[in-house]
Design a protein around this ligand. Structure first.
Ligand code: FES
Length: 112
């Protein structure tokens, strides 16, 4: 059973679980600031659920690639949209600052 390490919590989940749901169901602060209220609810259009993911996850789908190709995101960063990402093995998640999570300052790490 894969484990997700995020904001100091270790969460077990089924293989193929949607990363955004795992994080939200376990009280992880997936969104920054007002993006907690203003987001697309997981359809892959707003880009505010962007996180850095280390570990085995699904390949980026077209929604993930398309939204992250648009500012303020950049296709060259190693972020992923949590709402478009399935957990396939143990993963570590890091959140960066900015409304879209596009910043360079870490908000939280896998460890806390
Ligand atoms: S919640 Fe909007 S892109 Fe993921």
């Amino acid at each position: 059973m894969p484990k997700v390490l995020a904001q100091g919590k270790k969460i077990k989940c089924i293989r193929g679980a949607k990363l955004s749901l795992i994080l939200q169901q376990n009280g992880i602060d997936l969104y920054n600031g007002s993006a907690r209220v203003i987001n697309c609810r997981g359809i892959g259009s707003c880009g505010t659920c962007a996180v850095k993911v280390e570990g085995e996850v699904s390949a980026a789908n077209w929604r993930d690639k398309a939204r992250r190709s648009l500012p303020p995101h950049s296709p060259t960063t190693d972020l992923r949209l949590a709402c478009q990402t399935e957990v396939l093995g143990d993963v570590k998640v890091t959140k960066f600052d900015g409304f879209w999570g596009q910043g360079s300052q870490i908000v939280w790490t896998p460890e806390g």
